[in-house]
Ligand binder design. Structure first.
Ligand SMILES: [Zn+2]
Length: 551
């Protein structure tokens, strides 16, 4: 989900969904989800203030404002059975088929085998003995520089391409990259067991420090032996810092920020009818808990303390997330503030690592902000790269059409020997752009969230299984898919249980959609190693979007 417009497609309640936009590159769900398991309520798009400068189409222009328009009614033409309309070149089809077979085999055996508790304990005691060396990144294959199949140069300096494959080693196991990271915001994916997430081939999961701090509390998860042990996941885990969730309290579903109540009018954009619940100051953020209503505080140190207690293998530094609505002046100040917070995170992380030396090493990723501005992105990246981080998060406001450029600017400034996580994207074209330009891992709630509303990803685009035509369609969600749902259930059944709002409907749709993205990243990884990335990219995108599909 990565359109930059903060809008909803509302013609069909079944397909209406809040867009976790690239403009707000989220990791996990917004803070309001902590208070309710229901999908976030659509909100009106923020309107630029009267004082805003005239919009320009150049994102580097200080007067640039993204366009927030209402999307016209969109008719889905996707026909998942229209196989004759698309003919994959035979050589590529063979490669994709080999890749899928390998992916399916890995999903059900090999390094996806679920370990016993004893095996997990052995692995962790070995990791504790290794200390910091238990974490690392091994670079395997880099995309070649020079022109691609369409005669286009890479977007990095000198036409460089930063895309690569590799392996992230963590105390709880390896992650082969590029990889899709399913989101288990509250230490669970809605309606899907960790065993099922493992069974669909996922290598790791991401949870959120803000939500887990609200409940059950980091002390309890620490007592349980850390996040992986608590949620019965025998693989690597990530936690996001909670920064996005805290800051999203600014204006309901979408965050807006200000340094104080009265200042910075241009940045003080609040969705109509919403009340600001979060305020940024130099030291951190004060906010009202969506659960208790009490005033609470997040800062670099507090986020680090919470994340150390949660015990994920990969943590993110606490950063300030701005939106494309913020002024250039505010973006500049925010990048500097994020750098100061990053230094404090590193210091606190060192202290806690020493104090908790009986625990497996937890890696810390610094987050690069800077919105759409090339100079700010490069400055932020080199600042963050100068600190003692184990990897990096590419975060903040992304505008979809320059997503690849932004990744390339950042990766130009980052060292090659550390992993890079792109926070909160899941449109198919965004994933290809981010991989090509240096992203190693990617998370987003979108496949699960839209799946619960009946939206099904296929190689031929997205369709909604709740539509009437699927009532008596006894074929799988996607013909040829190897996921558990498609191997055992029909469209008619998924249609039925989703219509009845049975939990099984969410489970079955989520398994298929998550498998779609996990397998896509498996194919991309194989294609980089095998030298056919551009063929896969061009074929996949042409096929997925040929009918104007979303996603
Ligand atoms: Zn499937």
């Amino acid at each position: 989900m990565s359109e930059h417009d903060e809008i909803f497609t509302t013609e069909d309640p079944a397909t209406a969904e809040p867009l976790a936009t690239a403009a707000t590159a989220t990791t996990g769900e917004p803070a309001e989800a902590a208070a309710s398991a229901a999908p976030a309520t659509p909100t009106a798009a923020p309107t630029p203030t009267a004082a805003s400068p005239a919009p320009t189409s150049n994102p580097a222009d200080p007067a640039f404002q993204p366009h927030y328009g209402k999307r016209k009614k969109e008719i889905q033409h996707v026909d998942p059975d229209d196989e004759g309309a698309w003919a994959t070149p035979p050589a590529l089809a063979e490669k994709i088929s080999e890749s899928d077979a390998r992916s399916a085999a890995l999903a059900h055996s090999g390094w996806h085998a679920i370990k016993t508790r004893e095996e997990q304990a052995d692995q962790l005691s070995h990791a504790i003995a290794q200390g910091r060396d238990a974490f690392g990144f091994e670079l395997k294959t880099e995309l070649p520089n020079g022109t691609d199949n369409n005669g286009k140069q890479g977007l990095g300096q000198g036409g460089r391409r930063h895309g690569r494959t590799g392996v992230i080693h963590t105390p709880h196991g390896d992650i082969h990259t590029p990889a899709f990271v399913p989101v288990a915001t509250q230490a669970t994916m809605k309606g899907v067991l960790p065993e099922q997430i493992r069974g669909l081939g996922a290598q790791c999961m991401l949870s959120n420090a803000f939500h887990l701090n609200e409940r059950p509390g980091p002390e309890l998860i620490d007592k349980a032996g850390g996040l992986a042990a608590f949620e019965n996941w025998d693989g690597p885990t990530y936690t996001d810092s909670g920064g996005f969730q805290v800051l999203s309290l600014g204006a309901g579903f979408k965050k807006t920020l200000a340094m104080d109540v009265t200042g910075l009018k241009d940045d003080d954009v609040i969705a109509e009818g919403k009340t600001r619940h979060a305020f940024v100051d130099e030291d951190g953020v004060t906010f009202h808990s969506p659960l208790s209503g009490k005033k609470e505080r997040f800062s670099a140190e507090i986020s680090m303390q919470i994340q150390h207690q949660l015990g994920a293998d990969i943590m993110f530094a606490f950063d300030e997330l701005t939106t494309l609505m913020n002024t250039r002046r505010y973006q500049e100040a925010s990048v500097e503030r994020t750098f100061r917070w990053a230094k404090r995170c590193v210091a606190e992380h060192h202290k806690l690592t020493q104090e908790r030396s009986d625990k497996p090493y937890q890696a810390l990723f610094g987050v690069v902000q800077g919105a759409n501005y090339e100079d700010l992105r490069r400055r932020a990246a080199s600042q963050i790269a100068s600190l003692d981080f184990d990897g990096f998060g590419l975060g903040g406001a992304f505008e979809k059409r320059i997503m690849g450029e932004i990744c390339a600017w950042i990766c130009d400034e980052l060292p090659e020997n550390k992993p890079r996580h792109v926070l909160g994207i899941a449109a198919v074209d965004d994933i290809f752009a981010a991989v090509e330009n240096g992203g190693d891992t990617f998370d987003c709630v979108a496949p699960a969230r839209v799946g619960r509303n009946g939206a099904i990803y296929t190689h031929d685009g997205r369709y909604n299984v709740l539509r009437a035509r699927f009532t008596d369609d006894f074929r799988p969600l996607e013909v040829g898919c190897d996921c558990y749902t498609c191997q055992h259930y029909s469209r008619a059944y998924v249609h039925h249980v989703l219509k009845c709002k049975e939990m099984t409907g969410s489970t079955l749709a989520t398994i298929h959609n998550e498998r779609f993205f996990v397998r896509l990243l498996d194919e991309i990884r194989d294609s980089i190693d095998g030298g056919w990335f551009y063929e896969l990219r061009d074929e996949t995108l042409a096929r997925f979007y040929r009918n104007g599909s979303k996603g």
